[in-house]
Design a protein around this ligand. Sequence first.
Ligand code: PMT
Length: 398
Amino acid sequence: MTLKGKRILLGMTGGIAAYKAAELARLLGKAGCDVRVAMTEAATRFVTPVTMQALTGQTVWTDLWDPRVADNMSHIELSRDRELVLIAPASADFLAKVACGLADDLLSTLVLARRCGLMVAPAMNVEMWGNPATQRNLRTLRADGIAFAGPAAGDQACGETGMGRMLEPADVVAEVEAFFQPKTLAGKRVLVTAGPTEEPIDPVRMITNASSGKMGFAVARAAREAGARVTLVSGPVALATPAGVERVDVRSARQMFDAVKAAIRGQQVFVSVAAVADWSVKNPAKRKIKKVDGRAPVLEFEENPDILAWVAARKSAPFCVGFAAESEKVAAHAEQKRANKGVPLIAANLVQEALGTDDNAITLFDARGRHPLGRGPKIELARKLVAHIAGMLAKKRR
Ligand code: PMT
């Protein structure tokens, strides 16, 4: 678990989204974090300190002049042993204060006095978010290296709709996990394919496979966590786009090929996780094929372009990583695929363990041999894969 033992100060400011911070504190605690809470006076109007105390099992801090702190230095002490100050919800007013370096209550003072990183999860009305003053403050905060979790667009408590909703607690936790990942791919551009493809037979029928997209989406998320700018070309799947990842949806192998061709320029890494159909129906019927005289239709197939081999053969090819899903003789097939596709790295997994599952087991094959990544949740394996890619890129540069 990546967040186990992380020391986080959760700062809450005044806004209706404060109720989400209660669940956020619970999830962070469940993930193994040591969570302390500091609240502005306005935040205590929405959720009581008692609630947060019960959820974290820790004293909740609200007052710069708290007589319990002998030397009156709570603003220093509270942040000193912390690895991250997370402000959720972060109101427009609080973001403005941080942008200006104001320190007129406990939370703003400890933010100014902190030595650790700061992440904010903004929550405000759509007009407040769009206001030039807020936008100016956001630019300042980004330039100061402050990390953002959201916001999202959607229905707001005030009845209006638009940008400014605080992310859901689980999504904030994902951003916190991302914050703690080493930025091994900072400044790099990474293109990932994921999911199955669909090859039409007629307007209602198609040939596809059981890929859920989970492995490819995990790779996209891990690359983004490592600081890369990530484009994800995805076949039809029922998964949410990882935060901060640009997504292009396709259906057929041909469409996936076109999307990859359109995005490939300027990419430094290409990871081909998609289960691309090798064949498509040559002349898919324009109308639904009817059942006639009990005769089975005969389908003629043509070979689809090999996207990975095409990318790897380019003059200025990015660092290419292929996946191999095998049902037997994994090592032999993976090595063969590495050679056939002309790629430096293949990630091999067993079909029966990988397709549609949440966990997987992967072994990497490169010029130095085999590197087992072990078994675990796909996101953890994806992070190990990203670390291996970053290591190989670093060696290439030397
Ligand atoms: O989506 P999940 O349910 O999480 O499952 C993940 C997965 C099993 C699909 C994934 O981990 C995986 O192994 N993907 C590769 C599937 C495969 O075996 O592909 P392949 O052997 O047909 O192709 C080898 C490599 O060439 C792959 O990187 C593939 O993306 C690429 N390829 C294949 C054919 C083609 N026309 N174009 C390609 O780019």
